[in-house]
Ligand binder design. Structure first.
Ligand code: 48N
Length: 321
């Protein structure tokens, strides 16, 4: 189901903006370009004393933002897939899925203002990021350069990997990132055999989710989806969210608890075990270590990228054409 187009024409004074802006729900990118096609070189060498921006009215900016955001909320209220957590695993999952199936509507819900999770640095605030082969295949697919060290490769700055992956995912027409937004519960359906199927997520602004205990009730929003992929990382204030919720709703007996660091075995285990934990919910990345009691791998990210590939493969089985 591709996002439907929404055509909106602003009602502000014709003198300011009289363009009808065609919005494609899901990305909100206007099709109209500015009337002056300046270039950086013309600006660099221009007469700054005569410099001025095109005219604007504050309400125009407000409407430009809110119109697109609420068109997206409307379009993605019914999504095909929701990915919870835009860390290296969640973004890798989104990249592979959106590329393989541009017809699927994919919502990513990220609690932080800044997506990327723990992948902005390689480890202990060091910049370089290590990935063991064959994860170099993922780097080549997204076009990130690396130094080849034989059994592993090194990206000169983790932010180069994460920003490149993020830019690819955000540019995809069938993906919408809702950041600064937390998943604070799961939508469930009772199957005929009494088991529970996950059927979407319950969301709220993250700042609201953090203050339910000290403010009067602030009800959430929802996104319906037949499949949720949870990659919320290590156990923490928001981390390992969906697997902890499965335990509290008695769909999982208990968490296995992440084990100590064993780089050699941890990455294989995380990739191989990325799977559907309960009907409608796939778990990948470090959140999985909390379920299975897998070892952690420390400052190496190949398993995050390839767990994303595996999660996407599991999801594609659900939407097999
Ligand atoms: O980067 P993370 O934390 O998680 P992964 O699994 O994508 O990558 C893990 C990786 O960074 C490591 O930890 C490395 C490999 N180290 C391993 C080791 O041994 O230490 O991303 C999870 C994202 C974050 O951006 C969170 O903000 C977000 O998920 N998140 C949520 N978003 C929405 N709703 C929630 N409830 C929620 N909980 C977490």
């Amino acid at each position: 189901m591709a996002p439907s187009a929404v055509t909106v024409s602003p009602t502000v004074a014709a003198a300011e903006v009289s363009k009808a802006v065609t919005l494609k729900a899901g990305n909100g990118t206007p099709t109209v370009t500015s009337k002056q096609e300046a270039t950086i070189s013309s600006l660099l060498n221009g007469d700054w004393s005569a410099f001025t921006f095109n005219p604007i009215r504050e309400s125009t900016v407000s409407r430009a933002m809110t119109r697109r955001y609420f068109a997206d909320l409307d379009a993605y209220a019914e999504s095909d897939i929701v990915i919870v957590g835009a860390g290296s695993c969640g973004l890798s999952t989104a990249y592979v899925l959106a590329k393989e199936r541009p017809d699927l509507r994919i919502a990513i819900v990220e609690a932080g203002v800044a997506p990327g999770g723990g992948a902005w640095l390689g480890g202990q605030l060091f910049s370089a990021m290590v990935m063991r082969k064959p994860a170099d295949a993922f780097l080549r697919d997204i076009g990130v350069e690396y130094e080849d060290e034989g059994d592993y490769v090194v990206v000169k700055h983790a932010a180069l990997f994460t920003s490149t992956l993020l830019s690819k995912v955000l540019a995809m027409e069938n993906v919408k990132l809702f950041n600064a937004t937390a998943v604070e519960d799961l939508i469930t359906r009772k199957e005929k055999d009494g088991s529970v199927r996950i059927a979407g997520v319950v969301t709220n602004w993250t700042l609201v989710s953090m203050h339910h205990d000290d403010q009067s009730c602030m009800d959430p929003n929802t996104i319906n989806a037949p499949l949720v992929i949870s990659t919320t990382g290590h156990d923490g204030p928001f981390g390992a969210f969906c697997v902890k919720r499965l335990v509290s709703m008695e769909q999982l007996e208990k968490l296995g608890g992440m084990r100590g660091l064993d780089m050699q075995t941890a990455e294989d285990a995380i990739v191989k075990r990325t799977r559907e934990i309960v009907p409608g919910l796939i778990v990948g990345g470090m959140e999985l270590s909390e379920v299975d009691g897998a070892n952690r791998m420390g400052p190496t990210f190949g398993a995050m990228a390839l767990s994303g590939v595996k999660a996407a493969e599991e999801a594609l089985k659900v939407f097999e054409i």
